[in-house]
Design a protein around this ligand. Structure first.
Ligand code: GUN
Length: 285
C-alpha cells in the first residue's frame, strides 16, 4: 500500500504557481486576483475561506473576501458579483457554498462571468467539461486527477466507481474520468447494494460526507481508493468517508485524510485563478 500524498504534491505545485505568478507580474505589471463571497457564519465555510486567502498570500496573489450576513438579499449578492465581473483586478470569483436556503444558488452561479469562474460551477463550464472542451474544472476533482497522474495512475480502461453524485465532486469527477477514457459509474444515496459496485472497481473515489461509509469488506485487494470526504468527528478529528485503518492494508494506493485530496483542492483554485489571469492578459493584447 502506498499513500497518495496530496500535501506533498500541493506544496510542489504551489511553488511552481508562485514562480509563474512572479513571471506574470513581470510581464503584465499586475498580479492574479481572487474574490471570495462568503454568506453567513458557517464555521466550516469560514475556515475554508481563510485557507483560500492564506494560499493566495503564499502564491503572491491579490485576494479579497466579501463577507455578507446570513439574511442578505439575492439582489445584493448579484450586485457584488457583477461588480467583481467588471473589476479588472479580479481574475477569479468564488462563491463559497452552501448558500442560505432563501438564495437561489443556480441563479447566483450563473451570474459569475464564465471567464472568472475558477470553481467551474457555471453551466457554461459544466457543459464544456461534459463535452470534453477546455474550460474551468471544479477544483476538487481536478486535484484528484493531478494526484493520480503524479503517481502514474492512468484511469484509461479502468473501472472507476464514484460514490456521491454532487455537482461539486461526483458529477465533475465522472466527466473527468470519462474524458480520460475510464469506465465510470456513479453511486449515490439511492444505489442498491453499494458494496457490489465498489467490489467491482479498480478505483473507488468517495465523496459522500459519511464517516466510515467504505468498510474493509467493500474493497478488493489491490484497489486504488481516493477519499474525497471530509468530516469532523465529535472529538474534533478530521476523517474522510473511508474506514482508513481497516481499508488501507488492502489497497494498492490510498489517500489519507487529512493530507490527501484536501490540500490539492486549494492548489487547484490557485492554478485556475492563474489560468484565468493569463487568459485575461491575452485578451488585452
Ligand atoms: N463548498 C464546499 N466545497 C466547495 C468548493 O469546492 N467550492 C466552493 N465554492 N464552495 C464549496
Amino acid at each position: 500500500m502506498q499513500l497518495l500524498d496530496g500535501k506533498a504534491l500541493a506544496k510542489k505545485m504551489e511553488e511552481n504557481i508562485s514562480l509563474e505568478s512572479k513571471a506574470f507580474k513581470q510581464k503584465t505589471g499586475r498580479i492574479p486576483g481572487l474574490a471570495v463571497i462568503l454568506v453567513g457564519h458557517d464555521p466550516a465555510s469560514q475556515a475554508y475561506v481563510g485557507m483560500k486567502k492564506k494560499a493566495c498570500d503564499r502564491a503572491g496573489f491579490y485576494s479579497v473576501s466579501h463577507e455578507m450576513p446570513e439574511d442578505i438579499s439575492q439582489e445584493a449578492i448579484i450586485n457584488t458579483i457583477e461588480m467583481m465581473n467588471h473589476n479588472p483586478n479580479i481574475d477569479g470569483i468564488l462563491i463559497q457554498l452552501p448558500l442560505p436556503s432563501h438564495i437561489d444558488t443556480t441563479k447566483i452561479l450563473e451570474v459569475v462571468s464564465p471567464s472568472k469562474d475558477v470553481d467551474g460551477f457555471h453551466p457554461y463550464n459544466v457543459g464544456r467539461l461534459a463535452t470534453g472542451l477546455h474550460g474551468f474544472v471544479p477544483c476538487t476533482p481536478l486535484g484528484v486527477m493531478e494526484l493520480l497522474s503524479e503517481y502514474n495512475i492512468d484511469p484509461k480502461g479502468k473501472n472507476c466507481c464514484i460514490v456521491g453524485a454532487s455537482n461539486i465532486v461526483g458529477k465533475p469527477m465522472a466527466a473527468l474520468l470519462l474524458n480520460a477514457n475510464a469506465t465510470v459509474e456513479i453511486c449515490h444515496i439511492f444505489t442498491d447494494d453499494l458494496k457490489k459496485h465498489t467490489l467491482a472497481a479498480d478505483i473507488v473515489l468517495v465523496g459522500a460526507g459519511v464517516v466510515n461509509l467504505i468498510k474493509e469488506d467493500m474493497i478488493r485487494e489491490g484497489t486504488i481508493v481516493v477519499d474525497i470526504g471530509i468530516n469532523k468527528t465529535s472529538d474534533g478529528r478530521l476523517v474522510g468517508d473511508v474506514d482508513f485503518d481497516a481499508v488501507a492494508p488492502k489497497t494498492s494506493y490510498i489517500t489519507p485524510v487529512p493530507g490527501g485530496v484536501g490540500p490539492m483542492t486549494i492548489t487547484m483554485l490557485l492554478s485556475n485563478t492563474l489560468k484565468a489571469a493569463q487568459n485575461h492578459a491575452k485578451e488585452l493584447v
